[in-house]
Design a protein around this ligand. Structure first.
Ligand SMILES: *[C@@H]1O[C@H](CO)[C@@H](O)[C@H](O)[C@H]1NC(C)=O
Ligand SMILES: *[C@@H]1O[C@H](CO)[C@@H](O)[C@H](O)[C@H]1NC(C)=O
Ligand SMILES: *[C@@H]1O[C@H](CO)[C@@H](O)[C@H](O)[C@H]1NC(C)=O
Ligand SMILES: *[C@@H]1O[C@H](CO)[C@@H](O)[C@H](O)[C@H]1NC(C)=O
Ligand SMILES: *[C@@H]1O[C@H](CO)[C@@H](O)[C@H](O)[C@H]1NC(C)=O
Ligand SMILES: *[C@@H]1O[C@H](CO)[C@@H](O)[C@H](O)[C@H]1NC(C)=O
Ligand SMILES: *[C@@H]1O[C@H](CO)[C@@H](O)[C@H](O)[C@H]1NC(C)=O
Ligand SMILES: *[C@@H]1O[C@H](CO)[C@@H](O)[C@H](O)[C@H]1NC(C)=O
Ligand SMILES: *[C@@H]1O[C@H](CO)[C@@H](O)[C@H](O)[C@H]1NC(C)=O
Ligand SMILES: *[C@@H]1O[C@H](CO)[C@@H](O)[C@H](O)[C@H]1NC(C)=O
Ligand SMILES: *[C@@H]1O[C@H](CO)[C@@H](O)[C@H](O)[C@H]1NC(C)=O
Ligand SMILES: *[C@@H]1O[C@H](CO)[C@@H](O)[C@H](O)[C@H]1NC(C)=O
Length: 616
């Protein structure tokens, strides 16, 4: 079913200037002056990779860093490389050979999204984009660890790929990445024995489980690094269509603003959710065995590859254009069509409970709700086109990153290129549609949920910690889906967590940052006030979380057999089903939109009433 797979590959993408990688294109690394002619080693290579020349407009002092292309040793593909940029925590820490400190790699998702874009746009690196161009970042993660950003798979960002050399599946992504690591750690041998923390976002939730699986498949003597923890925000662990549809009822409970607090439509959503079998009941531990495989049954409207595509313009398919437009005045914006107002007659939607699946939408409940929002709910109803609807961060009808200068100009500047030893025969783009080297351009590998038990067993045996976390404001891959994935995993002899996650964690200023929970080496966290790109709105919050809970071993929220969660406290914000209501205000341009108190109260009373029915 190629169409379904197409949805799968696109949906997790966060998109700026989308372009499609031309399968006839190729690129190769550039040989800068002084490149050693001998194999990768600590002789001369670190000096070569050091970013010694000034970067354009960077007038503040940055940490020492190293950047360039490292071969993936892909058979018959001498030009295949992954591009890295690593920033030192302390002067000399990356080249140190007698350190046991953690080091970290960050991977973007997509597939096809550049990790350099994550560094520059998501407050991760020391230099970030702001409305005035490149600026220093107060919350750069090099403050607490050596951090490498790596463009992967080959061909993404500044990573190069020979003709026909794109990765064909997740196994290749993983073997390329491990070969890259083997060569990288020849240049920086101190990294070989230091604990490695691999973190990613979104579609990296595909890459990372496959990378770890391939690593576990290697004989210990063949491992060039020591994984200590891996993690991912909004990880793509389930099939995309399932991942996106099953949490919609919880998304609406979190942000009833989407449906204008309409009780009638809320009940209709609940009914459809139940009829479609999405009302999975989470228990702690999970009883009744594994959840069945869910398939989204489509209605008359058919399978709309991503959102609205078959009828008007697509929602998610064009989503990258939206964000591109909102943030960066992308040329895409000129191509989006104005949504005909005549299509917006809300009376055409009949929300009478009829006990049967909506014939038009089928179980594509996600699109039913989002279409309702666009049809009826101010301010979304003002959007020119469905493609302007940013479902990755609900309170921000205008993206929090609106107004940022796009990094494309800075990254492609020749001064930047030569300082970071980037290839010269390709344009750096924050996102390309990854082609997977097949005509459909789809990732043929199965979703990680299918081997999660085995992965957890290996991780437990090797003492590799796992972190899956999610932003509470993300409606694209909302946290309920992640909780389903966790309750559908068996490790340490138990299916799912044995206790419901409900411990509050706090940021450096004492503000509740979200919920954290860990059992048997698997940590789950929810971040308040965060969308799909978890680090954009509250960089100070995720900074503290990653420092303390991922790199650090903070045990707030830790539950184990010997120490009965002394540090567990009920999170006051959570509803009985684990939903944490989002913020009241919706931002639209310079307006803060709220609904009348009486409307909100009536909805909340109704919501709690339905929950009492369901959970008591
Ligand atoms: C990269 O590592 C592989 C495997 O050890 C090795 O065969 C290859 O020569 C290395 N590449 C370079 C350029 O040193
Ligand atoms: C990170 O380091 C920079 C410079 O070393 C410093 O100015 C900044 O305050 C640090 N940020 C945090 C959040 O500690
Ligand atoms: C590799 O790169 C070199 C130099 O850019 C180019 O001449 C050659 O054709 C490339 N080979 C492949 C297989 O892409
Ligand atoms: C688990 O480890 C074994 C080797 O011990 C390996 O063969 C297998 O592929 C690994 N599976 C996963 C999912 O990690
Ligand atoms: C979850 O529980 C409710 C209430 O008991 C029930 O109606 C529903 O069918 C259950 N969901 C599934 C998927 O079994
Ligand atoms: C639950 O896990 C099983 C495999 O253990 C898988 O077949 C099924 O699709 C999963 N269901 C969901 C909803 O993730
Ligand atoms: C709405 O649906 C209900 C139940 O199917 C039906 O009885 C009713 O006539 C419909 N209303 C309109 C205006 O179509
Ligand atoms: C949205 O508007 C379209 C066009 O009027 C209509 O066909 C559709 O039923 C509406 N959908 C919802 C969920 O309101
Ligand atoms: C550096 O800043 C100037 C002034 O804002 C701008 O015109 C120029 O394009 C910037 N250079 C790069 C490479 O971003
Ligand atoms: C940047 O470098 C490329 C290749 O080295 C060259 O073709 C191009 O003219 C340069 N651009 C500028 C503005 O100097
Ligand atoms: C259990 O938790 C305590 C902290 O509460 C920790 O010190 C101990 O190592 C944990 N034991 C295991 C087996 O995880
Ligand atoms: C929170 O967790 C504690 C045990 O850790 C449990 O007793 C309590 O019922 C939980 N509360 C909710 C709302 O799940």
């Amino acid at each position: 079913m190629p169409a379904i797979q197409t949805a799968l590959t696109l949906v997790f993408v966060i998109y700026h200037f989308a372009s499609f990688a031309d399968s006839r294109s190729w690129s190769s690394p550039h040989t800068y002056q002084g490149m050693p002619s001998h194999a990768y080693s600590e002789e001369e290579w670190p000096q070569y990779f050091e970013v010694a020349d000034p970067l354009p407009n960077v007038t503040w002092s940055s940490p020492r860093s190293f950047a360039g292309s490292i071969s993936t040793e892909t058979p018959n593909m001498p030009n295949n490389t992954l591009f890295f940029w690593g920033f030192e925590h302390l002067n000399g820490s990356i080249t140190s050979t007698n350190s046991s400190d953690p080091w970290m790699i960050y991977l973007a998702g997509g597939p096809g999204y550049s990790s350099m874009a994550s560094a520059l746009l998501e407050n991760l690196g020391p230099n970030i984009m702001s409305p005035i161009g490149v600026s220093p970042n107060e919350y750069s993660w090099h403050n607490f660890t050596d951090v490498f950003f790596v463009d992967s798979p080959v061909g993404t960002g500044y990573s190069t790929s020979g003709l026909g050399g794109a990765a064909g599946d997740e196994e290749r992504v993983a073997s390329d990445f491990l070969a890259f690591l083997e060569n990288l750690t020849k240049v920086f041998p101190g990294l070989q024995t230091r604990p490695l923390y691999l973190l990613g976002e979104s579609y990296a939730g595909r890459f990372i489980p496959y990378i770890l699986k391939a690593y576990f498949g290697l004989d210990a003597s063949r491992r060039s690094v020591k994984f200590r923890k891996v993690g991912c925000s909004s990880p793509a662990l389930l099939d995309a269509s399932v991942f996106e549809n099953i949490p919609i009822s919880q998304v609406v409970e979190t942000y009833p603003q989407l449906i204008g607090y309409d009780i009638g439509f809320f009940d209709y959503i609940q009914e459809q959710n139940h009829l479609c079998g999405y009302d999975l009941n989470l228990t702690y531990p999970q009883l009744g065995g594994k959840f069945p495989s869910l398939e989204v049954k489509y209605g008359n409207i058919g399978e709309r590859v991503h959102g609205f595509s078959r009828r008007s313009s697509s929602l998610i398919g064009h989503h990258r254009r939206t964000i591109a437009h909102k943030n960066f005045n992308s040329p895409w914006a000129k191509q989006t069509k104005t949504r005909p107002r005549s299509e917006n007659d809300p009376s055409s939607f009949n929300k009478t409970l009829a006990g049967e699946i909506n014939t038009y939408y089928g179980c594509d409940i996600r699109d039913m709700v989002l279409e309702y929002t666009l049809n009826n709910t101010y301010p979304w109803s003002e959007l020119r086109d469905a493609s302007y609807f940013d479902i990755t961060d609900i309170p921000y009808v205008n993206s929090p990153r609106a107004g940022l200068v796009h990094p494309q100009h800075w990254m492609n500047d020749n001064t930047t290129r030569s300082a970071i030893h980037a290839p010269v025969n390709k344009l750096w783009e924050s996102y390309i549609h990854y082609e997977w080297d097949n005509p459909e351009g789809v990732d043929p590998s199965s979703a990680p949920i299918n081997f999660m038990d085995e992965l957890m067993a290996n991780a437990t045996a090797d003492n590799v910690g796992i972190l899956w976390f999610s932003g509470n404001d993300d409606a694209l891959s909302a946290h309920f889906s992640l909780e389903v994935a966790i309750q559908n995993t068996t490790w340490g002899g138990v299916q799912g967590f044995a206790q419901r996650p409900n411990t509050t964690w706090y940021d450096d200023t004492g503000v509740p940052g979200g919920i954290v929970h860990e059992e048997r080496g698997l940590m789950y966290a929810l971040v308040y006030g965060a969308g799909h790109q978890i680090n954009t709105v509250h960089p100070e919050r995720v900074f503290a979380f990653v420092r303390d809970f991922f790199i650090g071993d903070m045990y707030v929220g830790l539950v184990n057999a010997t120490a009965k969660d002394t540090s567990t406290s009920n999170d006051p914000g959570a509803l009985p089903n684990g939903v944490v209501p989002g913020q009241r205000e919706i931002y639209y341009g310079s307006k803060n939109i709220t609904w009348p108190e009486v409307t909100v109260t009536a909805f909340n009373d109704h919501l709690l009433g339905t929950m009492m029915d369901r959970y008591q």
